[in-house]
Ligand binder design. Structure first.
Ligand SMILES: [Zn+2]
Length: 168
């Protein structure tokens, strides 16, 4: 009986731990945060987006049209429409994945240590929905020396509006 009680209390404590209100809040733009269940993400994302954003998958190199995108504009997280990268910081890395030397804002993305496949890499997540976007490496160009290697499928692109720019 005692064992049963302990097991029951363990089962209770796990979900409570995840939703603890005292967990440190992620630094987000404007404090916005998007939390959805796996089933809800499956409904709103394409299967490829789901695999990358929610399952930390990696798209095939050269598979994303955003890799060759040279237009002026902003790249958004495909999961929650958080602005993550600007075309100004995009460069040709030759890797086959859209690459940037910096995020659009410091708090637009969150860094996380990733020890999968016996390597220690730094994973880049969207700071609003926690979606996996890619990894960052320290072999990038000036001025930061960083290479944000992103999955194009995890992002959407919106062209800068020249009319809006002129009216500034
Ligand atoms: Zn997001």
């Amino acid at each position: 009986m005692k064992t049963l009680l302990i097991l029951a209390s363990l089962a209770w404590s796990t979900p409570l731990l995840i939703s603890t209100p005292n967990a440190p809040a992620l630094p987000t733009q404007g404090g916005r945060k998007v939390v959805k269940t796996e089933a809800e993400w499956k409904k709103t994302l394409t299967p490829d987006q789901f695999t990358v954003l929610r399952k930390e998958g990696t798209e095939r190199a050269f598979s994303s049209p955003l890799n060759d995108n040279h237009e002026q504009g902003v790249f958004y997280c495909a999961g929650c429409h958080n602005a993550v990268f600007a075309s100004d910081a995009k460069f040709e890395s030759g890797t086959g994945w859209p690459s940037f030397y910096k995020p659009i804002a410091k708090n637009a993305v969150t860094e996380k240590s990733d020890k999968a496949y016996g390597m220690v890499r730094t994973e880049i997540e969207c700071s609003v929905c926690g979606g996996h976007l890619g990894h960052v490496f320290d072999d990038g160009p000036k001025p930061t020396g960083l290479r944000y290697c992103m999955n194009g499928v995890a992002m959407t692109f919106e062209k800068a509006d020249p009319k809006k720019e002129a009216g500034k």
